[in-house]
Design a protein around this ligand. Structure first.
Ligand SMILES: [Zn+2]
Length: 155
C-alpha cells in the first residue's frame, strides 16, 4: 500500500463504530465499553484497538489424539536399547511380539508427528469425528500396551 491509497477507515474509527450501541467488555478491566467516545478505556485508561480473532479453536480432542502416539514413540525409543541388547543375551533375543510392538511404537510416534504437521486439517473436522478418532487411537494403543505387557510376561 502507498501513501496515495485512501484508508478505508482508520482502526480507531472502526473500534468506536463497533462499540456503538453494542456491549463489549474492556479486555483489561471488564468495563463495558458501550458507546465509547475515544479509543481509551474510561475505567483503566488502557488504549484500545480493534483486532481480528479466531473463533475459539478447540484443541482438546487434538491433544487427546496425539498423546498416546507421543507416549508410544518415547517408549519405543527407550525399549530399543534393551531390545538390541537382547540380541547378544545368552537367553536369546526377545520374542517377535516385543519387536512388533516396538515397531508399532515407532510408527505411532511418527503418526503423531504427522498429525501435528496436519493439525489444522484435524481441527477442521467436526467435533464428533475428532472425538471418534481420539477414542479409536486410545483403544488401539491400550490394546497394544496390553499386548506388550502380555509379551513381556513371557519374555
Ligand atoms: Zn479497562
Amino acid at each position: 500500500m502507498t501513501d496515495a491509497d485512501p484508508q478505508p477507515a482508520d482502526g480507531d474509527t472502526l473500534l468506536l463504530e463497533f462499540v456503538r450501541d453494542r456491549d463489549a467488555p474492556c479486555p483489561m478491566c471488564g468495563y463495558n465499553l458501550r458507546n465509547l467516545p475515544t479509543p481509551i478505556c474510561p475505567e483503566c485508561r488502557e488504549p484500545l484497538s480493534l483486532t481480528v480473532g479466531v473463533r475459539k479453536p478447540r484443541f482438546g480432542w487434538f491433544v487427546v489424539a496425539i498423546t498416546p502416539g507421543f507416549f508410544s514413540g518415547i517408549c519405543a525409543a527407550m525399549m530399543l536399547i534393551p531390545l538390541v541388547g537382547s540380541l547378544y543375551s545368552p537367553n536369546g533375543p526377545a520374542p517377535w511380539p516385543v519387536w512388533a510392538l516396538d515397531a508399532f511404537g515407532w510408527l505411532s510416534g511418527l503418526a503423531a508427528l504427522v498429525l501435528v504437521r496436519y493439525r489444522y486439517a484435524f481441527l477442521r473436522l467436526p467435533q464428533t469425528v475428532q472425538r471418534g478418532s481420539a477414542v479409536m487411537l486410545w483403544a488401539i494403543h491400550l490394546t497394544a500396551f496390553a499386548g506388550l505387557v502380555a509379551a513381556g510376561l513371557f519374555w
